[in-house]
Design a protein around this ligand. Structure first.
Ligand code: GSH
Length: 322
């Protein structure tokens, strides 16, 4: 008797690490079942979910019949228990190694794997701040983004006072979060600019870039001719933390957004900043170039569609009327 291995992803498109996993699956056209879990509604805390995944976070992966040799679709049924794991980096690595995503995590190349691992771990306490210290506060206060319309515009003076006070509080938290994020962004900018310099020194800048193991990943340089091939798992994971901020204008804002944010966000008094702590293209040209390169990979818009639809509401938390 044989059985087909099956993948079930528990996640939500609003969750950055979920999007990283879902995007990788979409780009590789890997079949999977999707169980939508909304963390904003406490669904990750249900007894049923916790029984399978005690960490209570998404994304989570369940694999039935996990002992699957690479590139096969059927396997003899054994008494193998399902594999259940959380942590997007662990999920991405498992999928890459079992599904043959060799460009993104080269099997057998331990040095390259170590480089990619290093950025994946780094992401968890650095670029992840884009969510935990910034974006999450917009999400949790989404009602403010709808405040003027939900009451049909008829807001009483005392309600307006409450809204103003809450906005001021969120603004100062978001501002402090953006200050914290600047250091990780500087690290990325340094890495990406060093890579660009190396690429130029080895003559790779002229015309089509030759893709070889030393020039590809863990962070793409933006010069590749095949956006999905030039990625690594680290690019996918880190990018999913940052693009949401770009989408609401809190990273590389347009001139219009920047002027709006400058009036809404004051740098925290304890920081050394004299102006809005928002990273601009002028400050981070290589990071900007990298984001453009990664965004060219397939299925980008499909995976982000539902989150992107929310962007105006999320902006409206602090910039009403936009
Ligand atoms: N380091 C984890 C982060 C996972 C995480 O924080 N997930 C959030 C959603 S983005 C979550 O599930 N939160 C559960 C909750 O708030 O109840 C990963 O990479 O998977």
């Amino acid at each position: 008797m044989t059985a087909t291995p099956s993948l079930t992803v528990f996640g939500h498109y609003i969750s950055q690490p979920s999007r990283a996993v879902l995007w990788a699956l979409a780009m590789t056209r890997t079949p999977f079942q999707f169980v939508k879990m909304d963390p904003t509604k406490g669904e990750c805390e249900s007894a049923q979910f916790l029984q399978k995944f005690p960490a209570g976070v998404i994304p989570a992966l369940e694999v039935l019949h996990p002992a699957v040799p690479l590139h096969t679709t059927t396997v003899a049924v054994e008494t193998v228990p399902p594999l259940r794991i959380t942590e997007s980096s662990a999920i991405l690595k498992y999928l890459a190694l079992t599904r043959g995503w060799e460009d993104w995590y080269p099997p057998g190349d331990l040095e390259q794997q170590a480089r990619i691992d290093s950025w994946l771990h780094w992401n968890n306490s650095n670029t992840r701040l884009a969510t935990t210290a910034v974006f999450r506060h917009l999400l949790r206060n989404m009602d403010l983004g709808m405040a003027t319309t939900s009451t049909g515009g008829a807001v009483t003076a005392s309600e307006e006072e409450v809204i103003r006070a809450r906005r001021a509080k969120v603004a100062s938290t978001v501002s402090a979060g953006l200050v914290q994020l600047l250091d990780p962004l500087k690290v990325l900018e340094g890495e990406l600019s060093a890579r660009a310099a190396t690429a130029r020194l080895s003559g790779l800048h002229a015309g089509r870039r030759q893709v070889d193991k030393s020039s590809r990943g863990p962070l793409v340089t933006g010069e590749g001719s095949s956006p999905s091939r030039d990625l690594s798992l680290a690019d996918i994971a880190i990018y999913c933390e940052l693009d949401q901020l770009e989408r609401v204008g809190l990273l590389f804002p347009s001139a219009d957004d920047l002027s709006g944010w400058q009036s809404a966000l004051k740098p925290p008094p304890e920081s050394n900043h004299v102006s809005t702590p928002i990273a601009t293209t002028t400050d981070f040209p290589f990071l900007r170039q990298w984001m453009t390169a990664v965004s060219a990979a397939p299925e980008h818009d499909a995976v982000r569609a539902s989150m992107f639809k929310l962007a105006p509401v999320l902006k409206g938390v602090l910039l009403p009327g936009r």
